[in-house]
Design a protein. Structure first.
Length: 167
């Protein structure tokens, strides 16, 4: 049985948006695991996602205050159907990212990160998949707001899809 993932980051609620778009809440409801790579901004969104998501894996970001840092780690790890997942907010600049990720997360299959608001999907020389879902609320220099969906089936990440947010 495949596990459905929803990958989010940089929601910045209520700083950049008053609330998550309805489309994102529907994706939360459809997911077996919601992963959030930081920059929630207020604990209210964390509470709402904890209440609604079947399972939530998250980290604090650089725009998250002490209340969120008290409840969320800097790095979170989970094993989902045999897939070893790490979540972090920042990975540094894009130059050398794959090399740094291989060194920092050697026993990991998937690293989910945020911070840049720029979608990212690469494979490191060591075989680590790097995914940044962008932001569902603050597109910055991107054409649209985004999030990612994927499935995990028997330890294999499949069906990774960058989803534009209808605004």
């Amino acid at each position: 049985m495949a596990t459905r993932l929803l990958l989010l980051a940089d929601t910045h609620v209520p700083a950049r948006a008053r609330a998550l778009p309805d489309q994102v809440w529907r994706a939360v409801d459809a997911a077996d695991v919601v992963v959030h790579a930081g920059d929630w901004v207020t604990v209210d969104l964390l509470d709402a996602l904890e209440a609604r998501a079947a399972r939530l894996v998250g980290v604090a970001g650089n725009n998250d205050g002490p209340d969120l840092h008290a409840r969320l780690p800097e790095v979170s790890r989970a094993t989902i159907e045999g897939l070893r997942v790490a979540v972090v907010h920042e990975t540094g600049g894009k130059d050398g990212r794959e090399r740094r990720a291989d060194a920092a997360y050697p026993d990991t299959d998937l690293l989910v990160f945020g911070h840049s608001h720029i979608p990212w999907d690469t494979l490191t020389p060591g075989g680590l998949r790097l995914l940044n879902p962008g932001s569902p609320t603050d597109r910055r220099r991107q054409p649209v707001c985004t999030y990612l969906t994927a499935t995990v089936d028997d330890g294999t990440l499949r069906d990774v899809e960058l989803v534009p947010v209808d605004r």
